[in-house]
Design a protein around this ligand. Structure first.
Ligand code: ATP
Length: 201
């Protein structure tokens, strides 16, 4: 009998900070597509100064957030590659590192809107199957895409965004239950997202 191929999910994001919407997305796709593992892949530092939190903080928050799920992992491929992050490069790296795995790239409905304009889009779809998860407040537009390229998965609606989490911390509001407890603690300990923030990394 033919051996079952390893199935690996990849969820790219800025994760500034990682929140429960990201974790529910990975968990739902892992269950529905019977994935062996899901890699969370924080983007590298942006090329120009944009106010994005340094990659090492975003990476460590992702490690903390994914630690309790045996199927979740965190990858440094985008952080360790110099220059801006393009998804096609992420996929090339995973394909090179895991040549025998079927790759599933997980993305929210909002990100799908311009996907055909992403760098080397045709190659991306050759390397991985895309799974678009629903996201409250964002319509899913799949114009120009085929079912071989993209599947849609309806997931429990969590109207959480990193932008909102950052704004809450900045204005002194809590983010409990929007992000994992360890991430709440990491943000507090490192004084992230505060007007007077002192970053040690
Ligand atoms: P920001 O508010 O800073 O733009 P974000 O909350 O959209 O951040 P990202 O790190 O940009 O988070 O998102 C990474 C991926 O997770 C994207 O594909 C995005 O569409 C998806 N995503 C983010 N939040 C949710 C959510 N609440 N439900 C479903 N998918 C989500």
């Amino acid at each position: 009998m033919a051996e079952r191929r390893r199935r690996v999910g990849i969820m790219g994001g800025t994760f500034d900070p990682i929140h429960n919407g990201h974790l529910v997305a990975g968990s739902e796709v892992a269950q529905y597509f019977d994935l062996d593992e899901v890699y969370y892949v924080p983007t590298g530092n942006p090329y120009k100064k944009t106010g994005v939190t340094p990659a090492e903080h975003r990476y460590l928050m992702t490690v903390v957030a994914t630690a309790s799920n045996p199927r979740f992992k965190t990858s440094r491929v985008d952080i360790d590659r110099p220059g801006p992050t393009y998804t096609v490069d992420t996929l090339r790296d995973f394909h090179r590192l895991l040549p025998d795995a079927d790759l599933y790239f997980i993305t929210g409905a909002d990100a799908m809107a311009q996907i055909l304009e992403w760098k080397d889009a045709e190659e991306m779809f050759k390397i991985a199957h895309f799974v678009a998860v629903t996201r409250p407040g964002h319509d899913l537009d799949l114009t120009g895409l085929s079912p071989e390229q993209v599947s849609v998965l309806q997931i429990p609606a969590l109207a959480i965004s990193s932008t909102d989490c950052r704004a809450r911390v900045r204005s002194g509001m809590q983010v409990w239950y929007l992000v994992p407890d360890g991430v709440v603690q990491y943000i507090a300990k490192n004084r992230l997202y505060r007007p007077d923030q002192q970053r040690s990394l």
